[in-house]
Unconditional design. Structure first.
Length: 508
């Protein structure tokens, strides 16, 4: 505990609180850390700058990867966690702390089974990306995070909302608490034996987004507004260092995205009606950059939209789907999955995500034109002029020729997935990367202790959730639901490890 008399930006402390552990951030990672600590009998205070638990991305996720839950066992699904671990490590190419990932896979069943005991309602998802592992559990109720929080509170945890962590209190090189500030401007000093940072990344920090994802990325923050890099900055000031991986979880597995759409806020809730113009982003339509040149294998984007698509779409900036009236008319009567002959071997995600007729496609496409992110022309040359491109005509001619010849010799897109752009009228729809959360931040060891420039732990300081830079692959793993899974699991691991350091055992 700290005996220091402190101030924040020249303002004296208004209130002092003492506890065993202070957690900064009340999302998935922070809540799991608090719950595990409370289950062991530790005193814990959670600081959340949002007004409710709904402020976090985890509260709004659809599905998460867990292994060997009782629901999987009931359905005869057995996950070889070593095989899955090897698969993920091969994908990550050594860029992560493997022990964190392995522990997540081995212990994740404890998390979801406990959640089920609290009343969580879930269903198993399919292997959407043909990875060979059926691991995604879809949550069926909106209050899933409330179940965890209320259980933590019943065991003694305290959640303080509308209050932001501002600075880690240091005693020498050890973290011994946090200075926080509430919405009324009052400064609160929380003295603690351990500090856990869990503020969810930096999606809404333009400076950090530019630094780690590039100046021309056109990434639009579609996730919850809380993550502004606060926890990462606090940890850096306390002597921690950044790791080297930075990735995004995006909306590309659902459809395209453009912030110019007037109802984009409603669109980001996947439970509402989808804006059907966005269907052209990842169902095989020819895609070009702002010069009118192809830049991607459209088939790979459609089959692996997060692992393959997120990084390349983010680095491309604005990109454009090019198609004609014939495709619009087809989608009004048929589904994107129909277009490839309903071949599940070719497009496994097709029947899961894209087997629906676009009944509002005409109206939605006109809306996109009216709102300035879609264009219609009688010729490709006219479309090229509208978009101020210099290569679109040549690109379309080459693409059609490759389609007729039976092979994409430029990017290797499956021929049955290619969509020729021949008779007009012609359309272009502009897209950009709509990101839900950043992944990457502070370097940690295998139990989520922040590391300094000597690769030694900063005493008393743990970093979890999307602030943890050592658990997430770049690009996103090709296993769905691992972003939220690792965010929560790192909190679970940190909570258990701190309890162990305190000599505590489970009270139940």
């Amino acid at each position: 505990m700290s005996d220091q008399v402190l101030e924040l930006d020249g303002k004296p402390v208004d209130q002092v609180m003492d506890t065993d552990v202070v957690v900064v951030g009340g999302g998935g990672g922070g809540t799991w850390a608090a719950l595990q600590l409370a289950r062991h009998g530790a005193g814990v205070i959670v600081l959340e700058k949002g007004a409710t638990y709904l402020w976090s991305n985890t509260a709004n996720i659809g599905g998460t990867t867990f292994c060997n839950s009782r629901i999987q066992k009931e359905q005869g699904i057995e996950i070889d966690t070593m095989a899955l671990f090897k698969h993920m490590m091969k994908f990550a190419e050594g860029g992560v702390n493997g022990k964190i990932v392995k522990r997540y896979l081995d212990e994740s069943h404890e998390m979801i089974d406990y959640w089920l005991d609290l009343g969580a309602e879930v269903m198993m998802g399919d292997d959407r990306y043909d990875s060979g592992f059926v691991t995604v559990h879809f949550f069926l109720q909106p209050n899933k995070m409330e179940l965890l929080r209320d259980d933590a509170v019943s065991k003694g945890a305290q959640f303080i909302y509308n209050t932001s962590g501002k600075k880690i209190i240091m005693d020498g090189d050890r973290a011994v608490g946090v200075l926080a500030q509430n919405k009324d401007g009052e400064v609160i000093q929380i003295n603690a034996k351990y500090v856990v940072i869990a503020t969810g990344g930096f999606l809404h920090n333009p400076e950090m987004m530019k630094r780690y994802f590039g100046a021309a990325n056109k990434i639009h923050p579609a996730g919850m507004p809380g993550p502004t890099g606060d926890g990462i900055k606090m940890a850096l000031e306390a002597g921690a260092i950044m790791d080297t991986n930075f990735a995004l979880s995006t909306l590309s597995d659902m459809s395209g995205y453009n912030a110019k759409y007037s109802k984009i806020a409603q669109f980001t809730n996947y439970r509402t009606r989808r804006f059907e113009t966005f269907i052209f982003a990842n169902t095989g339509t020819m895609l070009v950059d702002n010069q009118g040149k192809r830049f991607i294998n459209e088939f790979q984007l459609a089959t692996s939209p997060l692992a393959y698509g997120s990084a390349i779409l983010a680095r491309t900036g604005y990109y454009y789907a090019i198609f004609n009236q014939a495709l619009v008319d087809y989608y009004h009567e048929h589904t994107p999955f129909d277009r490839i002959g309903r071949d599940e071997e070719l497009w496994k995600v097709g029947p899961i995500m894209f087997d629906r007729v676009q009944e509002m496609i005409y109206e939605d496409l006109q809306t996109a034109i009216d709102e300035g992110f879609a264009w219609k022309a009688d010729s490709v040359a006219e479309l090229q002029e509208m978009l101020e491109m210099d290569s679109l005509v040549e690109t379309v001619d080459n693409y059609n020729a490759m389609y007729d010849a039976g092979a994409d010799t430029e990017f290797g897109c499956e021929r049955d997935f290619m969509i020729p752009v021949k008779e007009g009228p012609y359309y272009a729809v502009q897209f950009q990367c709509g990101a839900l959360v950043t992944m990457g931040g502070i370097k940690t060891d295998d139990i989520c202790r922040a590391l300094n420039e000597d690769n030694r732990p900063v005493p008393g300081l743990f970093v979890v959730s999307s602030d943890n830079g050592s658990a997430f692959s770049s690009p996103y793993y090709d296993i769905g639901g691992t972003s939220s899974g690792l965010a929560m699991a790192t909190g679970y691991i940190a909570g258990n490890e701190i309890a162990k350091m305190m000599g505590l055992s489970l009270k139940e």
